[in-house]
Design a protein around this ligand. Structure first.
Ligand code: FPP
Ligand code: FPP
Ligand code: MG
Ligand code: MG
Length: 386
């Protein structure tokens, strides 16, 4: 690819630092007890490290917010200070990724998943109990690393993000019919589940750099809006799949799942298949959390429901019946649901990009390149097809 493209490729820009970070993560998750050790290192092994999207964004943000430490050029003290700051910012990226992986381990238990990152999920391979303990272990190691930064404001931000992960997951698991059909509830839940960790970590990166409240807020806004845009596109892709034609992929997934009893796999459940537990009563029943995204109504359907209020009754039936899935997809296809969800994603991408553009100007070349990459990332997120 061209030099210009490479300059913008967010992963290439921090490639070397990311590989160092990956190695550090491996050393940070070593446990004494053999079973716990193999469980904790499971998703840090070569080939299953995931996209490391969060550390990538955080390292770019660190450079984008680089402040010139005053002093004579190439002064040893100045250099040592910038190096120390960079290390602390790398710690935040490591902590964030560790919390992310911990949440995935717990999520796979809750969803009864059997695959993750192309291999067996940890709960599937070692059982729920070890998977929960491994998640707790990663969370504690993240806490230790966090404490070593000796910055209570940063501790508070990250702890809040963990609280939000738990809150978002619980909101998803316990929503009433009314809440499931509310766009406001959906967006709040999405912020908690997807955007809070990256946004609060972006803010932590800024705070460590000694940035002003204003700049820290812009870093936070970037992370928040990028996360929201990402999730909205994710929700759209769940319907459109890799093809542009509506309903392909999802439709067959849902149909497939209806036949089985296990379900509970990402991609095997679809967002609309739900299992209702408890009484045969109507509203207020318990929505079961088994089955990946089951029972989750996302932005495209919520918008479609505004155009076709009849859809509400279909949604409330819980998609036990494959014909209800077809019916919902039919309404969705006739509605502007996908388009409006896309527009909302684009709005958040624009807000993220605007946050970067509002940063105080800098003539440092590295700073400018990183900012351009962060802006470019907002475009990549909304144009991605997988
Ligand atoms: C989250 O990790 C990953 C993301 C939110 C980013 C994935 C985004 C893209 C592939 C497209 C946008 C970015 C670029 C550079 C084109 P995850 O929860 O999906 O899990 P993981 O840790 O297993 O990757
Ligand atoms: C992925 O959801 C899951 C999350 C983004 C967060 C899950 C959070 C918890 C389980 C709370 C516990 C948190 C910690 C820090 C231990 P998904 O099921 O929608 O997506 P998937 O396709 O990646 O499974
Ligand atoms: Mg889940
Ligand atoms: Mg899941």
């Amino acid at each position: 690819s061209s030099v210009v493209e490479d300059q913008l490729d967010p992963f290439l820009l921090v490639e070397h630092e990311l590989s160092i970070l990956t190695n550090r993560l491996r050393s940070m998750v070593v446990a004494e007890v053999p079973k716990l050790a193999s469980a904790a290192e499971y998703f840090f092994k070569l080939g299953v490290e995931g996209k490391r999207f969060r550390p990538m964004v955080l390292l770019l943000m660190a450079t984008a917010l680089n402040v010139h430490i005053p002093g004579p050029p190439s002064d040893a003290v100045v250099d040592a200070l910038s190096e120390e700051l960079r290390k602390r910012q790398q710690r935040v990226a490591e902590i964030t990724e560790m919390i992310h992986v911990a949440s995935l381990l717990h999520d796979d238990v809750l969803d009864d998943a059997d695959t993750r990152r192309g291999i067996g999920s940890l709960n599937f391979v070692m059982g729920n109990k070890l998977a929960v303990l491994a998640g707790d272990f990663l969370l504690s190691r993240a806490c230790v690393a966090l404490a070593s930064l000796k910055n209570t404001e940063v501790v508070s931000l990250i702890a809040t993000a963990v609280e939000h992960l738990v809150t978002g997951e619980t909101m998803q698991m316990t929503s009433t019919s009314e809440q499931r059909c509310s766009m406001e509830y959906y967006l709040q839940k999405t912020y908690y589940k997807t955007a809070s960790l990256i946004s609060n970590s972006c803010k932590a990166i800024a705070l460590l750099a000694g940035q002003t409240t204003e700049v820290s807020m812009l870093a936070y806004e970037y992370g928040k809006n990028l996360g929201l845009a990402f999730q909205l596109i994710d929700d759209i892709l769940d319907f459109t799949g890799t093809s542009t034609s509506l309903g392909k992929g999802s439709l067959s997934d849902i149909r497939h799942k209806e036949g089985g009893d296990r379900g509970c796999r990402k991609g095997g459940g679809g967002r609309m298949a739900a299992t209702r537990h408890g009484s045969g009563g109507d509203d207020g029943g318990q929505w079961c959390s088994r089955g990946g995204e089951e029972g989750i109504i996302t932005a495209p359907i919520l918008y479609a429901m505004e155009e076709f209020p009849q859809l509400r009754a279909v949604v409330d039936r819980g998609f036990h019946n494959p014909t209800d899935v077809d019916l919902a997809l039919d309404y969705l296809g006739k509605s502007r649901g996908i388009q409006r969800a896309r527009e909302l994603a684009a709005k958040h991408a624009t807000l993220a990009s605007a946050a970067i553009d509002s940063l105080p100007e800098s003539d440092d070349e590295d700073v400018r390149i990183s900012r351009r990459a962060l802006v470019d990332l907002t475009h990549r997120v909304i144009t991605r097809t997988k």
